[in-house]
Design a protein around this ligand. Sequence first.
Ligand code: NIG
Ligand code: FE
Length: 417
Amino acid sequence: MKLLVKNIKKLVQVEEEPIKWVAGADMAKLNCIDDAFLLISEGKIEDFGTMANMPNFDDSEGVDVMQEIDASGRMVFPSFCDSHTHLIYAGSREIEYSDKIKGLSYEEIAKRGGGILNSAERMHEATEEELYESAMERIHEIISLGTGAVEIKSGYGLTVEDELKMLRVIKRLKETTPLQIKSSFLGAHAVSAEYKGRQSEYVDMVISEMIPMVAAEDLADYIDVFCDKGFFTVEETDRILNAGMKHGMRPKIHANELDYSGGIQVGVKYNALSVDHLEFVGDAEIESLKGSETMPTVLPGAAFFLNMVCSPVRKMIDAGLPVALASDFNPGSSPSGNMKFILSLACINYKMLPQEAINATTINSAYAMGLQDEVGSIARGKIANVFITKEIPSIEFMPYAYGSNLVDTVILNGQVL
Ligand code: NIG
Ligand code: FE
């Protein structure tokens, strides 16, 4: 069965020769084909080009079953890749939302037992089935908003059992949804209530109990640590990353959201796939990222929701670095997985060009979750995860119309949903 999308007004993010990421000045370039076709076969992208050069598929041998979509006036994008989420959670945290409006900081809320510990309590009470059902609702929502690949973290369990419970839910989602999913173990998201005042014992427990059990069930692709002021130190992060790497989990960490934490440097030291948040980035952090294989990843939803300073994205791009963007979908700092809204925030708050923001939410965020060879662009042989927009006048219209869902048709693994 083949699927032919014809008369596409603009086919966006096309790659003749796939590359691992786009960096620096190249981030402003976006390869597109006007008046295009896209041919999908067996779940993969088989061919694309201009309508003028489209082969006459009707006459070709062997092509007997062909589903066709006429995309006149509409564009085709590769699905968004959301490389950083915490979308398994129980309950919501709008009480803290009010506290934040009244002026309490993220750290103050955390110290009062709110924040991550609040979610950990609810996580403890929730069954695996309940978590699966609520995560499925969020998954359906993000699919309808154009996401085709997502990374999901544990980190609201904070006990061996509850961390495993979260990761088992992610495993089940990998098996039962059409999304490409990667999982990260984030036992070091906060010190659990039980270990209050005994942080180093908690870290020992993460290393000696949690990591081996997570690895034994092969539940995590990556290892994450919240390396920041008031959470885990560089030394603790160093130990945890080492332990995770011994079990084959590559680092992919939370860093420099609340201060110059040293998180970026320790991430680069261990060849992290990505370092994420990055509100506090200076020359030393930029120097350490240069020449590394680590993707700087910015989470505009969290900075918006917590009203934080913005990461110096322009400075990083001007220094020649690549930048990825992700939603951080979680109940505390970013209760939305809407990647198109992330595009809008990136343009307005970070002065990214629409083309840069699109690169950062597709090919670069695919890299940040280890999927750059499979998704993130329109390239022959890649998985056919794309969406067809509603009728839109230009690429810029995507971030511009910030409140409208402009996704009309979702195609994942070559299947029209
Ligand atoms: O990425 N910064 C650390 N962790 C999450 C927030 C977790 C929460 O508040 O529930 C984040 O923003
Ligand atoms: Fe996060």
